[in-house]
Ligand binder design. Structure first.
Ligand code: 2ND
Ligand code: ZN
Length: 330
């Protein structure tokens, strides 16, 4: 099967982690930003996590450089536009991009300006390429609850204008859900949909908490869900969908190999799973590549692919009208 030509749905893709390495150099030169090297191969080394990466925390170090050049309206817009172009080249028909507005205030931009710039880049990308998109606002678990409230408040006016959901990202620690319960509840009241990074690094109970306490409709990674029998049962019997990112999991040592990744096991148990890139640059991958690696490592068939595509359409935060369009591709 020619995976590249197949239509794709991408629901878990970080903007900063998907910046083109060439763009880091180009922006740094344009704006006089100091970067460690202007050699493209060396920049790649800086931003791409190696397979020998030891943990999620080491993986997350790779985001410092991308964020250094994503501090103006023009640059945020450019990175978003280029991501749509790159995804479209991979035959992605619909993408939900996520990013953390709090990481883009180093030069004084307001959250409103930050969100608007990214939305503008996405809009231009949609006009130019055959792809539709929406935006997810990530709150970092390293930040205070007050900061998370500010992000949710700032994004409110862009709901139904490109912003669709809220997420919690960054380092994962036990019991994080309680800390952010009120802010996620407030976001839901406003009309945000909810997806949460949980069960990425070994804490299955966090998946249960994300579903029960935060009412997550989707879980980012979720590979440790089986460690909580209750979470696993809920997943089997609900529409909560797991956004799986195999290469990222191999890099962060969530799994030891593509072969031992729980994708097929979850899939066979009737859990709604989809494949995603997480970070096209930091994980040096594409959605075609993720499907290719997993179809080889776990013998996934074209029928499995179609099922996952439809899981993606159903779990997306797109309008019913767009979902209908997306179903026609397969
Ligand atoms: O896989 C991930 N798990 C947790 N946090 C992540 C992952 N990939 C990226 N992030 C963080 C680092 C980025 O700077 C931030 C916003 O995109 O989200
Ligand atoms: Zn992620």
């Amino acid at each position: 099967m020619n995976l590249k030509d197949l239509p794709k749905i991408e629901l878990h893709c970080h903007l900063d982690g998907s910046i083109r390495p060439e763009t880091i150099i180009s922006i740094a030169k344009k704006d006089g930003i100091e970067i460690p090297t202007e050699n493209i191969d060396e920049i790649r080394e800086y931003v791409m996590a190696p397979i020998s990466c030891k943990s999620l925390d080491e993986y997350l170090d790779r985001f410092t450089l991308p964020n250094k050049v994503m501090q103006t309206k023009e640059n945020l817009k450019r990175v978003a536009y280029e991501l749509l172009e790159d995804a479209s080249k991979d035959n992605v028909k619909y993408i939900e991009i996520r990013f953390a507005p709090s990481l883009h205030t180093q030069k004084g931009l307001s959250f409103g300006e930050i969100i608007e710039s990214v939305l503008e880049g996405m809009k231009e990308g949609e006009e130019k390429f055959p792809i539709k998109s929406n935006l997810i606002l990530s709150c970092m678990r390293t930040m205070s609850v007050e900061e998370a409230f500010k992000v949710v408040e700032a994004g409110k006016e862009y709901l139904n204008k490109g912003v669709v959901a809220v997420d919690l990202a960054a380092s994962e620690y036990e019991d994080f859900a309680h800390k952010y319960k009120e802010v996620i509840e407030k976001a839901r009241e406003y009309g945000y949909r909810v997806t949460i990074h949980a069960g990425e690094t070994g804490i299955g109970k966090n998946v249960l908490d994300a579903i029960k306490i935060l009412k997550a409709e989707r879980i980012g990674h979720g590979i440790y869900a089986k460690d909580s029998q209750e979470a696993y049962e809920i997943l089997k019997n609900s529409h909560v969908t797991i956004e799986m990112c195999p290469t990222s999991n191999v890099q962060t040592k969530g799994v030891t190999s593509y072969e031992s990744h729980p994708l097929k096991e979850f899939f066979k148990d009737g859990i709604k799973v989809i494949l995603s890139t997480d970070n096209m640059t930091v994980s040096n991958t594409t959605l075609t590549n993720e499907h290719d690696l997993m179809s080889k490592a776990q013998n996934m068939s074209i029928e499995d692919y179609e099922k996952m595509y439809l899981n993606g359409v159903n779990a997306s935060f797109a309008s019913e009208e767009i979902k209908e369009e997306l179903r026609k591709y397969i």
